[in-house]
Design a protein. Structure first.
Length: 475
């Protein structure tokens, strides 16, 4: 690392240089040597904390920064680093304490105000989040991201007019920012502003980590044109529910295109193999496609320029595969109700899942509850069907034997809706765009009934309202 004429580097300098080159083991060895010689060497503790962060060992990194804090208790950068480690461990409440201390020491520390805002969002403390985002915007008035993040918190809090103003300012500052275009889509879509919103939806392919990247098949994208002799390759993106939602377009596509191929995740294949409008289904993207055109599934509403009134919403548009009964014969007249209470966990801020402790009250209902969670862990009083839920075809067969499907915003809700089954969907106070902002019905699934969580409300009141509706339904 040094030539014959290079100055002799201290262990601290060697450790820093090794860290910058990604040589973490050597960096740690040099830094520990530096600390052995001088346990109060503040920069060495900070460097060692950065090394542990690169290892993603957050407790160890936090320990280094806490030691540094003991040496320099009024350093806001050290407090920010401690909060960051807590945040990476998912401990947002713990992160807030050092961050609040940091902005007391330096009220102009914009990054920490933004960190505080996002932590409060994860804790569903949106009023506090908005206040912190406003501080960040005041300090960074020309930062498009600060305006966009404030707008997202305002949107989740139901302040749509304020959110639109923030989004407009973000787009003014950064007109090519895909996150700002996605935010504008979300705002318009929640309010049912279709087909106008679909153009912004195409920016999803430029979002970092948000969706399946666009695929270059070296064949044209389908724009809805008639091609009676042509073949269209549709490819799934995002989650299972998104694919299930868009399969409603198959019959409409078949009126314009001679053959339709679909690339979809393997757990969906048994459900799709007998769909009349599909000529071929395969689980992986073909390296050499035989189609004349391709299209990501979620682009279909935009291709057809659909409004809420023209969305294809006739159900069922999917059928469960044939087979023997999945459930034992009924032993009573009690309704059989399936429940999916947890999403995939893939969303960075997942508000849609019910906490397990909120499910206990469901046992008060005079129904037979069945768990529709494929990973198991059914709560007490629920029949665990995870062994039967081997794929979406099997899940569809189970759903056909239930009287009612209750689901949070996850693939089970879309499957039940696509099958035309009686479906109740439990939505958080900040719903996904496809459920719109208000109302108890869905333009996508006519049989679905929506139950919405109120602002500043936990899940228990919503579950109580759902139980009351269940009692009325029985009566």
């Amino acid at each position: 690392m040094s030539g014959p004429d290079s100055p002799i580097l201290t262990p601290l300098q060697l450790g820093q240089r090794c860290r910058e080159h990604g040589e973490l083991a050597q960096a740690e060895a040099h830094l520990r040597a530096a600390l052995k010689a001088d346990p109060a060497l503040l920069p060495a503790h900070l460097e060692l904390g950065l090394v542990q962060q690169m290892h993603e060992d957050w407790p160890a990194a936090r320990g280094c920064f806490e030691t540094a804090r003991a040496l320099d208790s009024n350093n806001p950068q050290i407090l920010n680093a401690i909060g960051y480690c807590w945040q990476r461990e998912g401990e947002y409440r713990e992160a807030i304490t050092p961050w609040r201390h940091a902005v007391k020491l330096d009220a102009n520390y914009a990054q920490v105000w933004q960190n505080l805002a996002l932590a409060h969002e994860h804790l569903n403390e949106l009023a506090e989040a908005i206040e912190c985002h406003q501080q960040a915007v005041a300090l960074q008035s020309n930062d498009a991201n600060a305006h966009r993040l404030l707008g997202m918190a305002q949107l989740d809090f139901g302040l749509h007019d304020a959110a639109r103003k923030c989004n407009a300012r973000a787009l003014e500052l950064a007109p090519e920012d895909p996150e700002a275009h996605w935010q504008r889509f979300f705002l318009r879509a929640l309010e049912g502003d279709f087909p106008g919103a679909w153009a912004d939806y195409e920016w999803r392919f430029k979002l970092p980590g948000r969706t399946t990247p666009d695929v270059d098949f070296h064949i044209p994208r389908w724009d809805g044109q008639s091609a009676p002799e042509g073949t269209l390759l549709l490819h799934a993106e995002q989650g299972f529910g998104d694919t299930l939602q868009m399969l409603r377009y198959l019959s409409r596509i078949a009126m314009r295109v001679g053959r339709v191929q679909l690339c979809a995740p393997r757990p969906l294949l048994s459900l799709l193999k007998n769909v009349p409008s599909l000529n071929e289904v395969f689980p992986s993207v073909p390296q050499t496609p035989t189609a004349d055109f391709h299209l990501p599934l979620m682009s279909l509403p935009g291709v057809f320029s659909d409004s809420l009134e023209t969305l294809p919403n006739e159900t069922p548009y999917l059928k469960a595969p044939n087979g023997d009964p999945m459930l034992p014969p009924k032993q009573s007249s009690r309704p059989r109700v399936g429940l999916a209470w947890r999403g995939s966990g893939a969303q960075p801020l997942d508000r849609r899942s019910l906490p397990t402790e909120a499910l206990a009250v469901l046992r008060e209902a005079e129904v037979d509850w069945f768990s529709l969670q494929p990973e198991g862990n059914a709560p007490e009083g629920f029949t665990d069907l995870s062994a039967q839920l081997t794929d979406f075809g099997a899940t569809a067969r189970v759903m056909n034997e239930l009287d009612l499907l209750v689901s949070v915003d996850t693939a089970a809700a879309h499957l039940a809706g696509a099958l035309g089954r009686p479906t109740w969907v439990l939505l958080s106070f900040a719903p996904d765009w496809r459920w719109l902002w208000t109302g108890d019905s869905s333009p996508w699934y006519p049989e679905a009934r929506l139950f919405r969580q109120e602002q500043n409300e936990d899940w228990q009141p919503l579950i109580r309202r759902m139980l009351q509706a269940l009692q009325e339904l029985k009566a």
